[in-house]
Design a protein around this ligand. Structure first.
Ligand SMILES: Nc1ncnc2c1ncn2[C@@H]1O[C@H](COP(=O)(O)OP(=O)(O)OP(=O)(O)O)[C@@H](O)[C@H]1O
Length: 470
């Protein structure tokens, strides 16, 4: 048998290994001149090893990380370097130390150009997917193309971010659409394949429980005998496994915040009184009318607030969005009458009644607005005594609107008139915004401004509208 003499052969063996590895290798002296390269490095630089040896590294790698090693005499790992020819590398660079002295630098690097291109293609595709899927799902969420565009965008990112779905918080006054948005996020997650078609959506109203023991056992499950009357059962968290856990009124969580934090951090739940830890994988959406930062443990708040979605009160929505909601709820009423009772309704509103509804304030926001529209249509609907006649015409007038809403609407109108009359040419922009919110186009706004002595042509108004993003 013939043994290799390792001492003599070491450098040959090492050279062969280094020439064959998947990374590029450059070794330079203290001046930055190349003293050793491998095949991959020469290939990346589109030249030959012979052509590189003895030349300065910057001739082939102008942004070489190994120069930093020489300058600062320390190692640099996982540095992203871009060559002027557009190639991207991930580089680890180390000082070359012989007999306790720096004799040069060594860089081992990998070409990630294709990986980067693929990554940006995936991100683009993902963005497109998010846009197309979200445009359908969020279609009926009025404002998704206007005041809620940013919120919807964030909501989609929370569900579809490349790093995996994230927990989120939705805040807003009562009736602003928190539950609706949470359900749309869940549908969106199913649509893009983040959740399976049969994934659960579990809604917990944290404020509904008065007894903390019962609350904890409902949410976390319980083991028989853990407290009086406790039975063996799985909790809502287990039921939400592989789906969405919607914690409504999350500020009322109180006693069991620590337990929930454990579930989120460790992805395991332990039933009350039990010892077994059951794996769970849930996306938590917490909603509240209160500031959760003030009402939850800071650690829990931080885990949940990866995405914060804030829904505005109804009064802050623009006139045109209120108009869209008005039409949407009218259509919903029509659809429901057709589906439930096969009634074909034609619903009309007298212009004044419509204006009154659109100008009123609604304490319970969108839900309130919707209820008032339903109430007004109900009141205007004659008693049906001939069930064979399935076609019905309904005309809603002022008298069908609740008195309180009419009064508030009058008050709001009065305030707008005061605002309008107090205007002057210095606040033309404010006036333009004011009329735009009433749903006026550029020509109609220009006419109104002319009447007030503000000489702006319609195209100038149109330009300002664009500038104000209105
Ligand atoms: N942007 C919107 N577009 C269309 N309908 C909406 C919108 N926002 C809310 N709604 C409707 O308003 C009603 C109330 O919404 P939702 O129940 O989601 O409010 P919420 O904020 O969860 O209320 P609460 O805090 O009282 O639980 C629902 O019927 C919902 O469909």
């Amino acid at each position: 048998m013939q043994w290799l003499d390792l001492n003599e052969s070491t450098s040959i063996i090492l050279d062969q290994i280094i020439q064959k590895i998947n990374e590029g290798v450059n070794v330079v002296d203290t001046d930055g001149n190349i003293i050793y390269v491998n095949e991959n490095s020469a290939n990346y630089a589109d030249t030959s090893i012979e052509n590189m040896l003895g030349k300065h590294i910057t001739e082939f790698y102008p942004n070489a990380a190994v120069l930093k090693v020489l300058d600062f005499k320390k190692k640099y790992t996982n540095i992203h370097v871009e060559n002027p020819d557009g190639r991207h590398f991930i580089v680890n660079a180390y000082p070359l130390i012989i007999d306790d002295q720096i004799k040069g630098g060594l860089a081992i690097f990998r070409d990630i150009t294709e990986l980067k291109m693929m990554n940006s293609k995936i991100l683009n595709l993902q963005e497109k997917l998010i846009n197309t899927s979200s445009s359908n799902i969020f279609n009926d969420f009025i404002g998704s193309q206007g005041s809620l565009k940013e919120v919807v965008n964030k909501a989609c990112k929370a569900m579809g971010s490349p790093g995996g779905p994230r927990h989120s918080i939705i805040s807003g006054e009562t009736g602003t659409g928190k539950t609706y948005l949470a359900k749309l996020m869940y549908r969106f997650a199913k649509n893009i394949g983040v959740l399976k078609e049969d994934a659960p959506f579990v809604h917990i109203n944290c404020a509904q429980f008065t007894n903390p023991d019962i609350a904890a056992s409902e949410i976390f499950g319980s083991k028989k005998g853990s407290f009086t009357g406790a039975s063996n059962k799985n909790g809502l968290i287990e039921q939400a496994n592989k789906g969405v856990l919607f914690l409504d009124e999350a500020h009322a969580l109180k006693n069991y915040q620590n337990l929930l934090l454990k579930v989120i951090e460790e992805q395991k739940v332990r039933r009350i009184g039990g010892i077994k830890e059951i794996p769970v994988d849930v996306i938590v959406i917490a909603a509240s009318t209160k500031d959760l930062e003030e009402n939850l443990l800071p650690e829990l708040y931080q885990r949940l607030a990866q995405y914060e979605l804030v829904l505005p009160p109804f009064d802050q929505r623009s006139y045109s969005e209120k108009e869209k909601m008005f039409l949407h709820f009218k259509e919903e009423y029509k659809k429901s009458a057709l589906e439930k009772y096969d009634f074909d309704l034609e619903i009309m509103f007298e212009p004044e009644a419509r204006e009154r509804l659109l100008n009123a304030s609604y304490k319970r926001n969108v839900r309130h607005f919707k209820n008032v529209i339903n109430y007004a249509i109900d009141s205007a609907t004659p008693l049906i005594n001939n069930l064979d006649n399935k076609k019905l015409m309904i005309l809603v007038k002022n008298e069908h609107i609740p008195q309180k809403i009419l009064a508030e609407s009058r008050n709001n109108n009065y305030q707008s008139e005061v605002k309008e009359n107090n205007s002057n040419s210095e606040n033309a922009e404010e006036l333009i915004k004011f009329y735009r919110e009433k749903g006026f186009g550029a020509r109609r706004i220009a006419t109104r401004l002319q009447e007030k002595g503000i000489d702006l042509k319609y195209y100038q108004v149109s330009y300002r509208l664009k500038k104000m993003d209105l």
